[in-house]
Design a protein around this ligand. Structure first.
Ligand SMILES: O=C(O)CCC(=O)C(=O)O
Ligand SMILES: [Fe+2]
Length: 186
């Protein structure tokens, strides 16, 4: 079975599409539940035009990954759900939007509550504090809107050069979604 890293930062975990869970689980979750919510909460980040995702579980444990450095996601929007198991530490912290850093001093720290999820902008700087005891598993869904990223890559802030890829690839498309007025996205 293919076993890719969940992302370029986490070494332990699994990609949900490798488990065959995109079609039966993550795509319906995105289309039926997340998109309507994100359209209301984050219309400025393409919340109403989500058309692909990269979904994975990250695992933190003693002797494996223990923390995650401050970063922004390759996503317009992100869902992060605490799955368990029993653990201490590992809180998420949030700072500025990476595109608009300010002098704000103290990051916002959010403790995990198992079975609850956090929604945030992909461009919001964030990371995870070191794990104390136990094992932490979180489901992370990077939500992508080609209407936004086709014009502005969230990683390099430029118009992307495209190469063909399998599945959702990195969420860019060669053809524009016909109904989107990108001027309305700002
Ligand atoms: O450790 C976590 O729960 C955060 C993971 C995360 O930010 C990411 O995978 O992009
Ligand atoms: Fe992240």
């Amino acid at each position: 079975m293919p076993k890719g890293r969940p992302n370029t930062m986490n070494n332990y975990g699994v990609l949900l599409h490798e488990l065959g869970l995109d079609e039966p689980l993550v795509t319906p979750l995105r289309e039926r539940f997340l998109q309507p919510l994100m359209a209301l909460l984050y219309p400025d980040c393409g919340g109403g035009w989500l058309d692909s995702h990269r979904a994975f579980v990250v695992k933190y444990a003693p002797g494996q990954d223990r923390e995650l450095g401050c970063h922004y996601d390759n996503a317009e929007l992100t869902l992060n759900v605490a799955l368990g198991k029993a653990f201490t530490g590992g809180a998420l912290y949030f700072g500025d939007l990476f595109q608009a850093p300010s002098t704000l001093a103290k990051p916002l720290e959010v403790e995990h509550v198992v079975a609850q999820g956090i929604l945030h902008r992909g461009g919001q700087l964030h990371g995870a504090r070191p794990l104390g005891a136990g094992e932490r598993w979180n489901l992370v869904v990077w939500l992508r809107a080609s209407a936004v990223r086709n014009h502005l890559c969230p990683m390099c802030c430029r118009k992307p050069d495209l190469v063909d890829d399998e599945g959702f690839g990195d969420g860019f498309t060669r053809e524009e979604p016909p109904t989107v007025d990108v001027c309305a996205l700002t």
